[in-house]
Design a binder for this molecule. Sequence first.
Ligand code: ACO
Ligand code: KIV
Ligand code: MG
Length: 628
Amino acid sequence: MLSDPSQKYLPYPDVPPFTRTWPAKRVTKAPIWLSTCLRDGNQALVNPMSNAVKLDFFRTLVACGFKEIEVAYPAASDAEFNFCRTLVETGEIPDDVAIQVITPCRAELIERSVAAVTGAKHAIIHLYNAVSPLFRDVVFRNSPDETADLVVRSVKLVKKLTAAARASTGTKFTLNYCMETFSQTEPEFAVRLANEVLEAWGDATPESKVIFNLAATVECAPPNHYADMVEYFCQNVNQRDSVLVSLHAHNDRGTGVAATELGLLAGGDRVEGCLLGNGERTGNVDLVTLALNMYSQGVSPRLDFSNLSEVVKVVESCTGLSVPDRYPYAGQLVFSAFAGTHQDAIRKGLEKQEKRHARAAETGEKKYWAVPYIPVDPQDLGYSYDNLIRISSQSGKAGAAHLLSQSSLALELPRSMQTAFYGVVQAACDASGKELTMESLLSLFRSTYHLGRGVEFNGRLRLDSFECFPSNARYTRCRVGADLLVDGHVRRIDGEADTPIAALLDALDRHVNLRFGVREQHVQELRSHRFAAFVELAEHSPQATLAKSRGWWGVGMSADVTAAKLRAVISAVNGSVGSKALPPPKLVFRARFEAAVDARLDTPDMHAGAPPEPLPQTHVSTPVVSQF
Ligand SMILES: CC(=O)SCCNC(=O)CCNC(=O)[C@H](O)C(C)(C)COP(=O)(O)OP(=O)(O)OC[C@H]1O[C@@H](n2cnc3c(N)ncnc32)[C@H](O)[C@@H]1OP(=O)(O)O
Ligand SMILES: CC(C)C(=O)C(=O)O
Ligand SMILES: [Mg+2]
C-alpha cells in the first residue's frame, strides 16, 4: 500500500492572478526549433557520443531542417570544445544555421564557451542557473538577491566577451538566458530576473532579441500549470517584442509534449528538445511528436520527417537507445491495426477516401486525409500501407479480406466468403496464439480452397481438362465434358445445363454422385486479363433446402472466365468432400447421352444462324477448350 501522499508531497503552488488567454488559442505557425540532442540528449547517455557520431547526428539535424542546434557543453571537456571548433573551422555549419552552446554562470567556463564558437556565422550563448527556492537553498545556498547578482554579472561577462569576439571575427552572438527550474520558481522572481537580464544585456531589440529559456527542468506539475507560468511571464516581462520565449520541457510526468503545446498557446516562440525524446530521466520533450502533431493539424512544422524511419535509425545508432514499438509516429506498431473493428473501419476509410480523392482530382478540391484510426497518412512519413492491417486472433473478416486484396493474388472476396474464410483464420490464430503473417495467410487461403502453387488444385478432385459447348441452337444451354481426376484416377464426366457451372454440377451428379446447388457466385476481373471466380455450393439433399444446408466456398482463377468458374466449383467440392469416402461412380449410359447431345447440336437451326441469345452466366459462343 502506498503511503499517504498528502503527508509527503506538496502540490504545485498557484500562479498569481493574471488574465489567462491560452485555453482559447490555436497554434497556427511553427515555432523556432532548437535541437539539444547533442547536449541535453548527449549528457544523459550511458556512453556519450564520440565526436564522429555527433557529427553524423549534426548532419541529420541539418537535413531535417533545424536552423538552431545546441552542439555542446564546451566547458565539460576538451572533446566537447574541440567538437565546436571542428564545426566552426571545417565549414560544416550551413549559413542559415546557428549553433548554440551552454555554460553555467562561472566566469572561466563562460570564457571557454564563447571561445568555442567564435568564428561561426551565428552563435547562441546559452547561460543557465537554477533559480527555484529549492535550488537556491540547497545547491547554491544563495538568497534571491545573490542569485540575481550572479546572473547579472554573468550576462555582463557574456556581453563583454561576445562583443570582443564579434569585433575580431564578425560572429553574430545571441544571448539565451535559461532559468533552470523555471517552472518551480516564483513567477514574480522569474520576471524580475528576466528584466534584470534585459537591462544588463542592454541592446535587446525586435531585430536582435534576447532568448529566455523557461525550463521545466523537472516536470513537477500538470501542463496547464506550465502554460500559466509561461503566459504570466509573457505578460509581465519587459520589452516583450525584443524577447523570444523558449520552452524547454522534460517529461517526468509523461506530459512534456502537452506542456510544450500548451506553452506555445501561452506565448512560447521557440521550442528546445530532442529527437524522439532522449534526455535525462524520462527525457526531453520529443521534437518529432511535436512537429508531427502540428503537421496533422494542417500546420507545417518546417521540419522534414518525410523519411522518419531513417531518422529513427540515426537516433538509435547514435544514442544506443531504442524507440519503443508504441512510440508516437515513429514506433513500429503505430500504423498497424490488429483489432477487427479497427481494421474494418480502416479498410472502409481507405476505399471511401480513394473515391473522394478521385472526385476531388476532377473538381480541384483539396484531398483531405480522413481515415478512421489513422490520424496521419503513413506515406507522408515514408511508410507504406503494407503494415496497416495485421492479423491475429483479435482480427475480423475485414482484416483478412484486406490483406488478400493487397496480396499477390489481389483477390476481393465476396462478403459472405469473407465471413467463411474469417472462421478459418480465427481458428488458425487461436491454435497458434500468434500473428498470421501475409505469407501464412496466403498459404492458409491456398490450403483452404485447394489452390496449389501457381494455378493447380491440390484437392482430391482436379479438373485436368474440359470442353464447354453450346448445346442447343439458341445458345441457352451448354454442355461440359471434362477429365476429372478423383483421388488420382481419371474419370471422364459430362453434364448439361443452362450455364457452365450448372453443367459441371450436373456432370458431378451423374458421374461422381455428388449433388450440389449454387448459392452464390461472383467473378472478379484481375490484372493482366485474368479472372477470379468465387462460388458457394450447398449440398442438395432431400432433407434441407439449399438455403439451409451447409455451404462451401471455392475459388478459381484463370485467363478464361469459364475455366475460373469451373475451377471454383471443384475448389468448393474439394472443401466439401474433405477426407470423406467418395461415393462410387454412378453407372451412366454414356454412349446414349452423347448421341442425344450430338443429335441436338446437329439440328438445322444450329447452322441456319438463328440469332443466338447470350447464355446467362458466360459467353460461350464457340467451343472453349481449356487445358489446366
Ligand atoms: C538541467 C541541465 O541539463 S544543466 C546542464 C548540466 N550538464 C552538465 O552538467 C554536463 C557538463 N558538466 C560538467 O562537465 C561539469 O559539471 C562542469 C565542468 C560544468 C563543472 O564541473 P565541477 O567544477 O567539477 O562542478 P560540479 O560538476 O561538481 O558542479 C557543481 C558546482 O557547480 C555549481 N553550479 C551548478 N550549476 C551552476 C550554474 N548553472 N552556474 C553556476 N554554478 C553552477 C554548483 O553550485 C556547484 O558548486 P559548488 O561546488 O561551489 O557547490
Ligand atoms: C539547463 C537547461 C537548459 C536544461 O537543460 C534544463 O533546465 O532542463
Ligand atoms: Mg534540460
